[in-house]
Design a protein around this ligand. Structure first.
Ligand code: SAM
Length: 320
């Protein structure tokens, strides 16, 4: 028997998977009573330890080194290490669909056509190459016609067509992540794929195409804490253009103090250069379960609230 707390952690994750993945729900339920699973996640496991265990097994399945019905004991050494060393790492490229109107708004507001991009917490950097994809909105399309990947979504309040007439060129791109995934390697791509749930074929295909687009010219990913590294990265940005710093789903990991430090660094840099910041954060109504989309422009530090969006980029409500 697994200890009660470990059992609850597995059952809680099984409940989260219910109705979304029969395979994952079944595995997590059976592991809740499996002493090998309990040993692999260690005493007092974190809430996401079962997800790390399932991703570890998925990693082996993707490489043809295991099948889903293998007993865990046959892969214990690998899985123990995977659970201990790999945080859940996703890179949701559908978020580029909500990012593009925000970037276009920055271009419009700052009268800029060329950006130097800095992403905080890019994971593999798939949203750092947003200009290699195609996007569809109610008012029209934006992006490369020959793109190998295109996105659409639900527009609860549409973006203005004027935004889609703007052209944008990315001159430089850099991301700072404490554990970036290098998808230019087969192992990195397999690792990122292992965190997508098995059976989510559309998501997996989208991921594979985004990886292919990124590999055409990979962005530079710096390993480190972006709260610490941002001043150095900003200082190295060219001064003769517009630097756009953005983050999606990364600010949730750094606490109030970390967020305040990043804002202070941006404020200081914005006193010396043209700079914009795009951030997903709390919605206007804290009861809502979605993101509020915020923009800040320097010089001046003027703020805009651009609207609301789904955490994974499935819908967008433009409010400017
Ligand atoms: C949920 S993922 C989001 C990835 C990507 N931004 C996206 O929207 O798909 C959060 C990312 O932030 C990174 N991260 C969290 N806190 C960080 C920090 N203080 N410094 C650097 N990277 C951090 C994690 O390693 C992870 O890659």
């Amino acid at each position: 028997m697994a200890p009660t707390r470990t059992r609850d952690v597995f059952l809680e994750q099984a409940a989260q998977c219910e109705g979304r993945s029969e395979l994952y729900t079944g595995l997590l339920r059976s592991w809740s009573d499996d002493p090998v699973a309990a040993e692999l996640v260690g005493p007092d496991p974190a809430w996401d330890a079962p997800l790390r265990l399932i991703a570890g097994l998925h990693y082996l399945v993707l490489g043809g080194e295991a099948s889903w019905d293998d007993p865990l004991v046959g892969h214990a050494e690998f899985l123990r290490d995977f659970v201990a060393t790999r945080g859940v790492q996703t890179n949701e490229v559908q978020r580029s669909w909500i990012l593009v109107p925000l970037l276009l708004r920055v271009a419009q507001r700052m009268r800029a056509e060329t950006f130097d991009l800095v992403e905080l917490g890019p994971s593999a950097g798939l949203n750092l190459v947003w200009d290699r994809y195609r996007y569809r909105y109610k008012a029209g399309a934006w992006g490369r016609e020959d793109a190998i990947l295109s996105f659409d979504g639900e527009e609860r309040r549409p973006i203005p067509g004027g935004l889609l007439e703007l052209d944008l060129t990315v001159r430089g791109r850099i991301g700072i992540d404490r554990s970036p995934i290098d998808v230019t390697t087969e192992d990195g791509a397999r690792l990122l794929r292992s965190f997508v749930w098995a059976g989510q074929e559309r998501r997996m295909e989208r991921l594979d195409r985004a990886i292919e687009a990124l590999r055409q010219d990979p962005p530079r990913l710096v390993t480190g804490d972006f709260v610490e590294e941002l001043p150095r990265v900003l200082a190295a940005q060219p001064r003769d253009g517009l630097t756009v710093v953005f983050q999606t789903a990364s600010f949730g990991y750094i606490g109030d103090e970390g967020r305040a430090r990043v804002r202070a660094v941006l404020e200081q840099a914005g006193g010396e250069r043209r700079l914009a910041f795009i951030s997903t954060g709390k919605p206007r109504d804290p009861e809502e379960h979605c993101w509020g989309l915020r923009l800040v422009y320097w010089p001046g530090g003027e703020r805009e609230f651009a609207g609301h969006a789904d955490f994974h980029g499935a819908w967008l409500q433009w409010e400017l």
